[in-house]
Design a protein around this ligand. Structure first.
Ligand code: DC
Length: 222
């Protein structure tokens, strides 16, 4: 039997459950897992730490070029090592989340990150998730999915997640933040979030993680 290299690409809005699903799917199938959002977050963190003007695309691109990013698979998911330092936790703060759009809209930075993402995929089977992995990064992916969930459902999930971490948050503020992030993701000029014509649409609003994974595996045939 020929050795098929699978590239399973999953795009969708923030909070649709892509990360959890992609991580588990990769583990079940023994594939590599590529969290592309972690790369945008890492560059955002570095730009903030170095107090780079986030509006200055040339400076951001120069910063990306002198960055060494390594995504290591660990049991908890992915460990993000930037210039030799574990930044896995630091890239998930609210400040970083709110500033990622500066990096995400910078075309020159996207080009660099897309190139890295293709290199990481290399010649092995992979599950990749993000906003443009089905459209820009891996247009010839073997399987493409667009994973969606209603704003209300995504808000509730995020609220529950933060509550469990002991953080007290205003649910209305959370909903607004999700809507704002959607708006930025859908309308950016480069690499906007959109459903690829050949992607399978999955609404996870009323599905459990297990059910989503089962659905994906049925499509993939593994
Ligand atoms: O999936 P996430 O929330 O970790 O992504 C962080 C940010 O990076 C998000 O605001 C959108 C951006 N992003 C992107 O522009 N392209 C990707 N392929 C992945 C993420």
């Amino acid at each position: 039997m020929p050795n098929i290299i699978y590239v399973i690409a999953i795009d969708g809005p923030a909070g649709a459950g892509k990360s959890t699903v992609a991580k588990r799917l990769a583990a079940e199938l023994g594939f590599a897992f590529l969290d592309t959002g972690a790369m945008y977050r890492a560059i955002t963190l570095k730009a903030m730490r170095e107090q780079i003007n986030l509006e200055d695309e040339d400076a951001l691109a120069a910063l990306a070029k002198r960055t060494i990013l390594d995504l290591k698979a660990v049991s908890a998911g992915v460990m993000v090592v930037m210039d030799g330092q574990d930044v896995s936790k630091d890239i998930r703060t609210l400040d970083v989340t709110n500033n990622t759009f500066y990096i995400a809209r910078a075309g020159q930075v996207r080009e660099i990150l897309v190139e890295w993402q293709r290199q990481i995929a290399g010649r092995r089977s992979i599950v990749a998730e993000g906003r443009d992995v089905t459209t820009v990064v891996f247009p010839s992916a073997t399987h493409k999915f667009y994973m969606d969930a209603s704003v209300e459902e995504r808000t509730q999930r995020r609220y529950k997640e933060l509550k469990e971490k002991g953080q007290d948050v205003d649910i209305n503020k959370l909903r607004l933040e999700i809507e704002e992030r959607d708006q930025k993701d859908f309308t950016r000029k480069v690499g906007p979030l959109k459903q690829a014509p050949d992607a399978v649409y999955i609404d996870s609003s009323r599905l459990t993680i297990d059910e989503v994974i089962e659905t994906l595996r049925r499509y993939i045939g593994l």
